[in-house]
Ligand binder design. Structure first.
Ligand code: 5GP
Length: 114
């Protein structure tokens, strides 16, 4: 299937390189990069290259590509404590209407960057 793209979508623009981003891992189906407003150091986003606003609108093949990337990011950063977050809909705090998974490191309380 051909990936959908939406001209007005900021994450589609990031995939196309029209908006710069700090790329982490890219596959045929997904793109991951650092969040511009990190909740902690290393806060990453993983997005499917197919434009779907919400999780239930995304084809399974794209969905299946995401978690192995989350695992690679966690391993690459040596994370032991972290949250995976995925919001759908305004009431559930979704701001960007293109499916995205947050990988949010949870620094140790003794860490100065905490
Ligand atoms: P949401 O609340 O929709 O789950 O999260 C959207 C996330 O996208 C936020 O954490 C926000 O900082 C991030 N974000 C929004 N615009 C950009 C951008 O242009 N570049 C990057 N790297 N992150 C963005």
């Amino acid at each position: 299937a051909v990936a959908r793209s939406l001209g007005s979508c900021i994450f589609c623009k990031i995939i196309k390189g029209e908006i710069p981003s700090f790329k982490l891992i890219e596959t045929d189906l997904s793109y991951s990069f650092l969040d511009i407003g990190p909740l902690s150091k290393g806060h990453a986003l993983i997005i499917p290259k197919d434009h779907a606003a919400k999780l239930h609108e995304l084809p399974d093949e794209y969905l299946a590509d995401v978690m192995p990337i989350a695992k690679k990011i966690a391993n690459a950063q040596g994370l032991e404590n972290y949250n995976i977050l995925q919001n759908n809909g305004r009431i559930a705090h979704q701001v960007v209407d293109h499916v995205h998974f947050h990988v949010i490191p949870k620094p140790d309380a003794s860490d100065d960057e905490g």
